[in-house]
Write a protein that binds this ligand. Sequence first.
Ligand code: SF4
Ligand code: SF4
Ligand code: SF4
Length: 375
Amino acid sequence: MAQVFNWQIGREMDYWYTGVRPGRQFGAVFDINKCIACQTCTVACKTTWTGGRGQEYMFWNNVESKPFGFYPIMWDVKLLEMLGPGAWREGVYEGRTIFESAPAKERVLGWKPTDYDYAHPNLGEDEASSPVDGGLMMEGKHAAWMFYLARICNHCTYPACLAACPRGAIYKRKEDGIVLVNQKNCRGYQECVKACPYKKTFYNAVEGVSQKCIACYPAVERGFQPQCFKACIGKIRMQGWAHPPERAEEDNPIDYLVHVRKLALPLLPQLGLEPNVYYIPPVHASDAFLAQMFGPAAKQAVQTYLEARNDKVLAGLLTLLGSTHRTVDYFKIEGDEAVALDAERSEFCRVPISEPVVTRNAYDEIAQVGRHNIT
Ligand code: SF4
Ligand code: SF4
Ligand code: SF4
């Protein structure tokens, strides 16, 4: 085992290989508060990449209702129970990661879902944390809550799928950190399926190989965001490039949300993979649940989000989510507009921060009708 530094848990940890950070890392931010569970993202990926034989059950992108939605069933609960409790102290995780908890002769603590675990892709949809009766929702913070969690492969800095593959068939691209399965080398041992804690590798029984989200690399290479990002109805997503804290750039939108404002947080950082999809946590859920799911910074991130409307830079950047199909390398705020920039810092998209309001006459002289709604 090598020793690598994982900034998300604030310490060095065991990993199967010496960590080599790519020159730039595919990264993304999802704003959970805006997701409406329309599943357009799920269908966009499905129709693009997983319409073949043996892929019927594959959802490289899925959206589940938390706390009781899962795909596959109990993917997070099972592993958290196997891992046991672990405390955080001043930003440092003192428990053990899934690499440090690996059983003897295995590389990762994991489990392999059965066919039944994959049988119900949208199990638990819209189920709240507790039964809701009349008046419960009128209390200050929601007594009962749920939220939608959209998930793709995290293209982890320390991928468990890659560490577990005895064939060396999984690799992380140097140019963008995207994690891929070499279909020619894969022999279908399914060690990656067992190892990935997010359950984002899938076995194709017809082809006899494992397959997973490819981050839509043909689009990303040309400067466009992935299919599930472009299709997102709720405009909850932005794809860009993520850096560790010491290399963070203030005008890089992912770095700004993750490192500068600490608003976007990794999913289950305690597992130790340094995932590169970051979530803005929901404002109405239980603090304890959010801390377990997104780490100890979750409560402060919720507060920052609630105050974002008074913060022009943050509010402006958040308006850029879902406003362009192109990868946002950099951003800036000019007056009341947020501007998206490419790698050369050339402008390609401009969005008003305050919603423009046009007031029309209550009586339309041309049509000779009165209007009920004049804005
Ligand atoms: S989320 Fe899973 S499949 Fe994706 S890189 Fe991480 S360990 Fe591998
Ligand atoms: S990034 Fe592309 S391959 Fe991955 S889940 Fe989204 S649409 Fe599918
Ligand atoms: S398309 Fe966007 S809003 Fe709809 S379910 Fe997917 S992430 Fe949520």
